[in-house]
Design a binder for this molecule. Structure first.
Ligand code: OGA
Ligand code: ZN
Length: 368
């Protein structure tokens, strides 16, 4: 890293890039209690009121401190590492959130965490969340199997996402259910609730209270790993799945929920944003036959991959396990079971990403 000040222009060279620091960009970061509130770290003034003709009249780097004087007489000291962090666009966006690790059924060691009391401020929660962001799931072991303990655990991380199903749901066989999940049939790989607005719930938790049946295995698939496989091997299918917009609908006697989106949604940079797959509730519009032909071909391939031994993990949840997973990245399901063999009872709820993202950024301040 190198800093140069010439002709009122401050140049910082870092990681093979040179940035010319704009005087206003620097000025609106100027630390000090005249500018930022000590308690909240929030700016105390309106930055658009800074004079547009502001110039840097002097700058020098002393160790990690950048001393700057502006042409209106105001001067101050910046921590150069903090400025550099903002100049690295990847770090600036991700902060302490780790890179994803895509996986398939060869994943050897499942990301696991041991439950602890008052876990949320501990280093074990930091590792739990790091694993969750890397793999899109984590199994938390030895959680008390009390009714609704799940809500206590999840709400220690952030506010539970309440839906028309309530704060939580019981997954067990019920007479006349409003969802197929409440019959003992197999649930093929799916994402939950793509019909919700503004988006499907970000994170799902399933807490196993009882699993006395010989079936009822849980399944998980890394939807982004399947998408990556399609991107590399089946360009046409990938194109169709990432551009065809589908409608998803849920209805019961009280409500009709609808939203739209692609089966594989990309962000502006072409990175994976969200997969949706809930074939009991999706409706493709009546597109031109050629487009639909491509789409149906692509969807068949996608369905085969989601159910394939190459991508699907299959395992049995034990009483006391909480499976926490990214509902925008992973698909989940279960095999059929015989309700006459005994009880199978899971409790589930949802959480949004701002809670996990915010906790991880907070814990990284303590443990990174
Ligand atoms: C669900 C679901 C999985 C299971 O309720 O949405 O996918 O293991 N349940 O019963
Ligand atoms: Zn589900």
């Amino acid at each position: 890293m190198e800093v140069q000040f010439q002709n009122n222009s401050l140049l910082v060279s870092h990681q093979n890039k040179t940035f010319q620091l704009h005087p206003i960009w620097l000025r609106e970061r100027l630390p000090g209690e005249d500018f930022f509130d000590i308690d909240t770290n929030q700016r105390l003034y309106e930055p658009s009121s800074i004079n547009l003709d502001l110039q840097i009249s002097h700058a020098e780097l002393l160790d990690a401190l950048l001393k700057v004087e502006f042409n209106d007489g105001i001067k101050g000291t910046f921590n150069i590492d903090e400025l550099l962090r903002e100049m690295d666009s990847d770090k600036n966006k991700r902060g302490p959130l780790p890179e994803r690790i895509l996986w398939n059924s060869e994943l050897q060691n499942f990301p696991e965490a041991q439950f602890e009391e008052e876990m949320v401020e501990k280093e074990s929660m930091y590792h739990l969340l790091m694993n969750f962001y890397k793999y899109g799931f984590v199994i938390i072991k030895n959680v008390p199997t009390e009714d609704k303990y799940l809500l206590k655990f999840v709400s220690s991380i952030g506010p539970v996402k309440v839906t028309n199903f309530g704060e939580y749901f019981d997954v067990k066989s019920k007479p006349n259910p409003n969802d197929l999940a409440y019959k003992p049939i197999a649930l093929p790989p799916h994402t939950d609730n793509p019909y919700r607005k503004p988006a499907a719930p970000g994170i799902q938790f399933l807490h196993c209270l009882k699993n006395e049946v010989s079936g009822g295995f849980s399944t998980l698939v890394d939807g982004f790993a399947v998408a990556e496989y399609l991107r590399n091997k089946h360009t046409e299918a990938f194109e169709s799945l990432t551009t065809t917009n589908l409608r998803y609908q849920f209805q019961d006697k009280d409500i009709v929920l609808e939203n739209w989106g692609e089966l594989i949604e990309l962000d502006k940079e072409g990175d994976y944003k969200q997969v949706r797959y809930s074939t009991r509730v999706d409706y493709v519009p009546p597109l031109e036959p050629e487009k639909l032909k491509n789409f149906y071909q692509a969807r068949k391939l996608l369905s085969e991959l989601y159910c394939s031994a190459e991508f699907e993990l299959k395992f049995k949840l034990q009483p006391g396990d909480i499976m926490m997973f990214d509902n925008h990245r992973l698909l989940h399901g279960r095999t059929a079971y015989d309700a006459n063999e005994g009880m199978r009872h899971l409790q589930g709820c949802y959480l949004e990403f701002d809670a996990t993202d915010g906790k991880l950024r907070h814990l990284a301040r303590k443990f990174q």
